[in-house]
Every structure is written in structure tokens, then in C-alpha cells.
Ligand binder design. Structure first.
Ligand SMILES: C[S@@+](CC[C@H](N)C(=O)[O-])C[C@H]1O[C@@H](n2cnc3c(N)ncnc32)[C@H](O)[C@@H]1O
Length: 297
């Protein structure tokens, strides 16, 4: 696989067009049949990981399943259109887009993760005409690569503020004899890495990044962001509320809230807090916040 320089990609992408290759009507928001659409009306989703998913935390500490990415891509884009993931990590969005005949571009600060994306994409044996590109770049610079109104869907899972930026201590990890115990699972200590930020600083940085991408998104284009809430120092950190408030301030409209029910994939359930402090396992569900760029009035 040839990996092009960022400067080369900037020029190439500015002249690229991402036209639908399907035969759907102009007002359709996706290529789904009525039956597929009907199944998608349920607002609580569950998924399983498959063999191609990256579950090794030494490779990447926080990946979502390919099946989840495929569902979001199929709901909010057409074949041939462009899907962008500003925090692409191990490249799950790109793998899903490749499966589903969408063009896709993923950005990540960490060069090693971009290497992993390219490895995963090279393993796929598909013959579709769409391209998937992984770029080592700060998400703040995405507008240097793409034209206005070129993106049909933004889909991502950002760093969850500084959730991972502390030593892993919890009981389930001890019980599992997990080699991550006592390790900091953070992506990097780079000062541009949103995973090193306090919640307030994180919300502003997220707002800056998505406000910068808003002109690149087509009107009525969706921007779906996966975040959990979590416990830190016995306080509930409502990341999703910070994010909704900030995205609204930056011109996005919240269209929908979907719950990703993870109870079918979580590891051992512990007895955290028993018998005096009721807390739930942090990872039993996450939010899929579905925003869009409001239509031109
Ligand atoms: C939750 S992970 C994404 C995982 C991805 N969904 C997957 O399935 O592999 C978040 C990613 O954001 C990256 N990141 C952190 N700060 C960034 C920034 N300023 N610009 C681009 N990427 C950043 C991290 O390196 C990390 O890989």
C-alpha cells in the first residue's frame, strides 16, 4: 500500500468529488430498504465484535465494533459518499466504510494508529471503487484537506476527556488478571491529545474541532458521536451533557439520542460500592449522539 504525504493528500482531496454511486432518490437519506429502516427504528442498539475487530489493548485501548460503525454508516450515508472520522484510532470506521462502498477519511494524532489503520485496510479483499485514507493529523486541521459541503457523515468516538489518563485499578481488571492493571492506557501524552484534557477543556476543544468541520458537512449531514458518562473520584461525569451543550453552541442541532447497550459484551460484573454506595459499571452503555448540520432556511 502506498502511503501518500499529507501535503500531497491536501491537494488531491481538494479536487476530489464524492458522488453517490447508488440509484436512490434525491431525498433519501440512505440506501436502506423499508425493512432495514424498520429495524433501525429501535433506539437501543447491541453489537458483537467480530474476528477482524481490534480487541488487543496493546494495539489500541478503545475501539468500537465494526458492526456498530456499519450501522451508523448505512443509516446516514449513501454508497459513494464521503464519511469522515476525526479520531479514527485503529481505523474501524474505515474498515466499515470499505465494506459498505463508501469513501472515507480518518484522522488521528498518533502515527502508530494510522499504521494500524493501513494494515487493516490492506487485509480487506474488496473490489469496490471507493477509497479509504488514514492521515496522521490533528483533528483541528481537517479543513485544510476538504472542501465545503463535501462530507455526508461525520462519525467518531473521541477520547473521553481524561478518563483513560490514570492507572487502571478497578476490581474487574484485577479479577481478570489483566496485564493492563496499573498501566495508563492513554493514547499519548501529546498536548494536542484530547485524552489529556480536563472535562471543561475537553468540551471547548471538541467544540473548536466540530465547529471547524461544520462548513465541510453537507446541510442535513449527520454527525454522530459516541461517548459514555463515567465515574471519577466517586462523581458522575456527564460527558454527554457537556458535549450536547457545546455542539449546540457551535451550530449543530441534536437530532436523536441512541443508547449503545453493551451489556452483552462487558466483562465480569463486580460488586462496586456494595453495600453502601450504588454505582453502576461504567461501560454497560454508551451514548450515540446524533447531531446534524441544520438545513439552509
Ligand atoms: C476512542 S479513540 C478512537 C477509536 C476508534 N473508534 C477505533 O475503533 O479504533 C480516540 C482517538 O483519538 C485520537 N486523538 C486524540 N486527540 C486527537 C487530536 N487532537 N486529533 C486527532 N486525533 C486525536 C487518539 O490517538 C485515539 O486514537
Amino acid at each position: 500500500m502506498v502511503v501518500e504525504s499529507n501535503e500531497y493528500l491536501k491537494n488531491e482531496l481538494k479536487t476530489a468529488t464524492f458522488k453517490r454511486t447508488c440509484g436512490c432518490g434525491p431525498t433519501h437519506i440512505n440506501c436502506m430498504t423499508a425493512k432495514e429502516w424498520m429495524v433501525s427504528q429501535i433506539g437501543v442498539w447491541q453489537f458483537l465484535y467480530e474476528k477482524r475487530d481490534v480487541r488487543d489493548k496493546n494495539k489500541h485501548p478503545a475501539t468500537f465494533p465494526i458492526s456498530l460503525a456499519k450501522k451508523v454508516v448505512s443509516l446516514f450515508s449513501h454508497e459513494g459518499e464521503l464519511v469522515v472520522d476525526p479520531f479514527v484510532g485503529s481505523g474501524t470506521t474505515l474498515v466499515a466504510a470499505q465494506d459498505m462502498n463508501r469513501n472515507s477519511i480518518g484522522f488521528d494524532l498518533n502515527d502508530q494508529y494510522i499504521g494500524l489503520c493501513n494494515e487493516r485496510l490492506a487485509q480487506q479483499d474488496t473490489f469496490n471503487k471507493c477509497k479509504q485514507i488514514a492521515i496522521t493529523e490533528d483533528a483541528r486541521n481537517i479543513n485544510q484537506y476538504l472542501n465545503e459541503n463535501s462530507i455526508s457523515l461525520i462519525w467518531t468516538s473521541p477520547p473521553y476527556s481524561n478518563l483513560l489518563n490514570r492507572k487502571r485499578k478497578n476490581k474487574s481488571r484485577r479479577d481478570r488478571d489483566n496485564e493492563q492493571l496499573d498501566k495508563i492506557e492513554q493514547y499519548s501524552q501529546d498536548e494536542r491529545d484530547l485524552g489529556t484534557y480536563s472535562i471543561e477543556k475537553w468540551a471547548i476543544a471538541m467544540g473548536d474541532i466540530f465547529e471547524g468541520m461544520l462548513p465541510l458537512l453537507k446541510p442535513k449531514g449527520h454527525c454522530v458521536i459516541n461517548v459514555p458518562d463515567f465515574w471519577m473520584d466517586n462523581k458522575r461525569i456527564t460527558l454527554h451533557i457537556y458535549l450536547i451543550d457545546e455542539m449546540r453552541k457551535r451550530g449543530f442541532e441534536l437530532r436523536n439520542t441512541i443508547i449503545w447497550d453493551r451489556t452483552n459484551i462487558v466483562n465480569n460484573i463486580g460488586i462496586f460500592g456494595w453495600p453502601s454506595n450504588y454505582i453502576t459499571m461504567g461501560t454497560t452503555f454508551e451514548y450515540l449522539l446524533d447531531f446534524w448540520k441544520p438545513p439552509i432556511q
